[in-house]
Design a binder for this molecule. Structure first.
Ligand code: ADP
Ligand code: MG
Length: 254
């Protein structure tokens, strides 16, 4: 998949600096978490990576291609949101096939609710691709259901499936498990880790939950107040935090 470089990203909202020159180099196939307390700038950084937000300065480079000014649809990254953002009136199969049509659509057709109705129509290749992904995620039996008939974990899997169908360069996830109850969250952590191992895909995963970051990451970037304070493997950061702030946040032994 892709190597991702964030180079000196700065962002202000009004007078408030939210990202203060953040740099991070993510290797091809790596599972990297951006972890830190609420409000430290994680989501903003991920949105800048995905192109949903523009940085004031700095560069985003994907596989040696500078995509700083490139619109989200042309970056070929899959964003999996906190809210599942599935179309409630479409089946799982239809939900999974919508992203494939996106690039060929007009702005009106891209609109939620209205768009999929206009864009609907049989397409055998899409169905095949969607059913291959469904098999990988073990959701084949759910393909004809509507999102309302699914559990939280199943919905999460469908949202992930929809992202996978597009064969993106990387998966970007912003607190994807935060709507799930505690037991299911732990279960889904293991599932995502297993999926990462199987896909060998690049994952950039945002969470405020240090336990999640410690258990899932190849490397974690600990963020505070718009800066990355430390980047490293979970055991490295846990055992050798570089500041008191990092130690406190991670819950390192005193
Ligand atoms: P996190 O995801 O780590 O909780 P965010 O990236 O969402 O943090 O937000 C970082 C800071 O930027 C917060 O103080 C937040 O209030 C502020 N912020 C985020 N988005 C906007 C926006 N669109 N307009 C103004 N302030 C924003
Ligand atoms: Mg956030």
């Amino acid at each position: 998949m892709a190597r991702i470089q964030l180079d000196q990203i700065e962002k202000r909202f009004g007078d408030t600096p939210v990202l203060k020159g953040v740099s991070l180099d993510i290797q091809d196939g790596e599972f990297v978490t951006l972890v830190g307390p609420s409000g430290c700038g994680k989501s903003t950084l991920l949105r800048i990576l995905s192109g949903l937000e523009a940085a004031d300065s700095g560069r985003v480079v994907i596989d040696d291609r500078d995509v700083t000014g490139v619109r989200p649809a042309d970056r070929n990254l899959a964003m999996v949101f906190q809210s599942y953002a599935l179309y409630p009136h479409l089946t799982v199969a239809e939900n999974m096939m919508t992203p494939l049509r996106m690039r060929d659509l007009t702005p009106v057709q891209r609109m939620p609710v209205v768009g999929p109705l206009i864009a609907r129509g049989p397409h055998r290749d899409m169905r095949k691709q969607a059913s291959d992904v469904a098999e990988t995620l073990k959701i084949t039996a759910l393909m004809d259901r509507k999102p309302g008939q699914l559990s939280g974990g199943q919905r999460q899997r469908v949202a992930l499936g929809r992202a996978m169908v597009r064969k993106p360069l990387a998966f970007l996830m912003d607190e994807p498990l935060s709507n799930l109850d505690a037991a299911l969250r732990v279960h889904m952590r293991a599932e995502l880790s297993e999926l990462h191992r199987r896909l060998k895909a690049t994952f950039v995963y945002v969470t405020h939950d240090q336990a999640e970051a410690l258990t899932m990451s190849d490397r974690m970037a600990v963020m505070m107040h718009g800066d990355i304070l430390q980047v490293g493997a979970p055991d490295e950061i846990y055992l050798d935090p570089n500041t008191l702030e990092v130690a406190r946040f991670i819950g390192s032994p005193a």
